[in-house]
Design a protein around this ligand. Structure first.
Ligand SMILES: Nc1nc2c(ncn2[C@@H]2O[C@H](COP(=O)(O)OP(=O)(O)OP(=O)(O)O)[C@@H](O)[C@H]2O)c(=O)[nH]1
Ligand SMILES: [Mg+2]
Length: 332
């Protein structure tokens, strides 16, 4: 199944995907923990969860030279943490299109977005949201806007926080309608940002209370949208980090991978930090677990960002990531 925009923009493809079924058990590379803290002093994932006070790109500058034999990029944690804390093995980083791998590895200008595995490249500009307006709701891909502006789709289980995240990104309380009741969003909703690109709010999947027919219909039209929407730069798959990984999320990630649809993982509700309850885990543990599980589907780590619509954690990082994907897409 070939997609036009992915042929036209091959470098936009995220790291090559390996289909779940194609991967024999035990064939995964070993020896590369998902997140590695070389000194072993502190849990890097918990630092990721806390280090979300990014306000400028400059704060992200990487300070420590990279050793050639042990390529690891560091993230700068909050100042009160006393310097760089988080290290991610080079092979678990997402290097955006347009960034020279050797350059990223040499650390001459390498920077990693806080609370993520994403290297910041030269295309990350115009990341601010000045205007945001609702354009239309569509029930079919063919009804979506035809102006060809690049777009990013937010998808995830019902109630994962898609509409809340969209509101957080555009700093509006009720641009996209949210609800405690799952199933609030039922169409493909286009929101135009700065008159130059779209954020797309999609219905959630896994909404058990919906009538069977409605569920099947949503599933089909979102699939059709993913496979046929030429201006779709990347899907942002939202995963609730306050609960353990769900099979349906793993299946969805696997489906996107198998269909070579560029995907970024956004871990939501990272503000919900209650102590272990009913066998539950902290967000950072759930994030780590989820990534361990998807390592079985993906040859390379997809980009991921930890977020919260309550604290706005990850807001700047998402916008910078979208900016660099978008600007590259526009140029190629
Ligand atoms: N604590 C916390 N709650 C959140 C966060 N994001 C969303 N919520 C809550 O989760 C519920 C669902 O949020 P929505 O944004 O409507 O979820 P959705 O994914 O758009 O849901 P559907 O449209 O039904 O698919 C609401 O009660 C939100 O207030 C978050 O980052 N932290
Ligand atoms: Mg919604």
């Amino acid at each position: 199944m070939l997609l036009h925009h992915r042929i036209l923009h091959p470098r936009l493809l995220f790291p090559p995907f390996v289909s779940f079924s194609a991967l024999p058990a035990g064939s995964l590379r070993s020896g590369h923990p998902l997140l590695l803290l070389a000194s072993g002093r502190r849990n890097p994932v918990s630092l990721l969860a806390r280090s979300h006070s990014l306000s400028t790109v400059a704060q992200l500058a990487v300070s420590t030279p990279l050793e050639v034999d042990a390529p690891i990029l560091r993230q700068i944690a909050d100042e009160e943490d006393g310097g760089p804390q988080v290290q991610i093995p080079f092979d678990k980083l997402f290097v955006p299109p347009g960034v020279d791998l050797a350059e990223a590895a040499s650390m001459a200008s390498g920077r990693v977005l806080r609370g993520s595995n994403i290297v910041l490249g030269p295309y990350a500009r115009d990341a601010q949201v000045a205007t945001a307006e609702f354009i239309k709701s569509s029930t079919k891909t063919e009804e979506c806007p035809t102006d060809g502006l690049p777009e990013f789709a937010l998808v995830g289980r019902s109630n994962v926080g898609k509409s809340s995240l969209l509101n957080s990104l555009v700093r509006r309380k009720r641009l996209a309608l949210t609800s405690k009741k799952p199933g609030k969003t039922q169409c493909i909703n286009h929101f135009r940002i700065n008159d130059s690109w779209y954020l797309v709010d999609l219905p959630g999947y896994g909404y058990a209370s919906a009538p069977q027919e409605a569920r099947a219909n949503w599933y089909e039209f979102t699939k059709n949208y993913f496979l046929n929407r030429e201006s779709l730069v990347s899907v942002f798959l939202l995963i609730d980090a306050s609960i353990p990984a769900k099979k349906i999320d793993l299946e969805y990630a696997s489906w996107l991978g198998q269909n070579q649809i560029p995907m970024t993982l956004l871990f939501t509700k990272c503000d919900k930090r209650k102590k272990k309850k009913n066998g539950g885990k902290r967000p950072e543990e759930n994030v780590e677990d989820f990534q361990k599980l998807i390592r079985e589907y993906f040859k390379e780590a997809p980009p991921w960002i930890m977020t919260s619509s309550v604290t706005n954690q990850g807001r700047e990082e998402i916008l910078l990531h979208m900016a660099q994907l978008r600007n590259y897409w526009l140029k190629h």
